[in-house]
Design a protein around this ligand. Sequence first.
Ligand SMILES: [Zn+2]
Length: 111
Amino acid sequence: MSSDSAVRWCPHCRRLTQNALTAPPVYDASLGNDLAEASPRVARLKRYCASCGEIWESVEAPLSVLEEHLQLHSKLEEARRQLAMLRLLLARDRHFEEDDAVKTIPLRRAA
Ligand SMILES: [Zn+2]
């Protein structure tokens, strides 16, 4: 276990506790940006909570990386809302087209 020990938010205790690194940080560029920039900006860390004994993973990154992700997430949510609206409009149009098709079927007269 690494000697790097610090007070961190433990997701198991749900409070600040003393945590230690269990292994050297693993740098993971794919977590930082979808386009995986050449220089890694994000480190994946395994921590040991001295309070509850759980080992958990955390990510360490510059705030700008998190802000980028939040911005992208917001744009993704907006795109999903627009897609749902377009699907609804498309379904409505198809429904009206089907109604029109039924109305244009000529009625047969009984001979
Ligand atoms: Zn804990």
